[in-house]
Ligand binder design. Structure first.
Ligand SMILES: [Zn+2]
Length: 101
């Protein structure tokens, strides 16, 4: 085992025993209950798009998990502004209240 790991955010070397965090991200395809109008042209376009993608790419279209090891500073920055929006952006105002359960 190496004596350190690197922060996924800033690249700083994190010493063993140092305070650090893991950011888990789940990207889940959302469905609002409304299907688009499915005429033949639309269905054909969906099928063609699917043919061009690998099984792995198709899976990622529906669900994907990521994990990042970060230092406290990068954790704080991520928590404050996960999309790195401009200073006047209010990203948390737009945050969804969906349950993670
Ligand atoms: Zn960092």
């Amino acid at each position: 085992m190496s004596d350190f790991e690197e922060c996924s955010g800033c690249g700083r070397k994190l010493k063993r025993g140092e305070v650090k965090y893991v950011i888990y991200i789940s990207i889940v395809s959302d469905f609002d209950g409304v299907l688009p109008v499915c005429d033949d042209e639309y269905i054909e376009a969906v099928i063609e798009r699917g043919k061009e993608m690998s099984e792995e790419e198709l899976d990622r279209e529906v669900y994907e998990e990521m994990a990042f090891l970060v230092c406290k500073s990068c954790r704080d920055k991520f928590r404050e502004n996960p999309f790195s929006n401009s200073q006047d952006s209010d990203v948390f105002r737009r945050r969804h209240d969906r349950s993670f359960n």
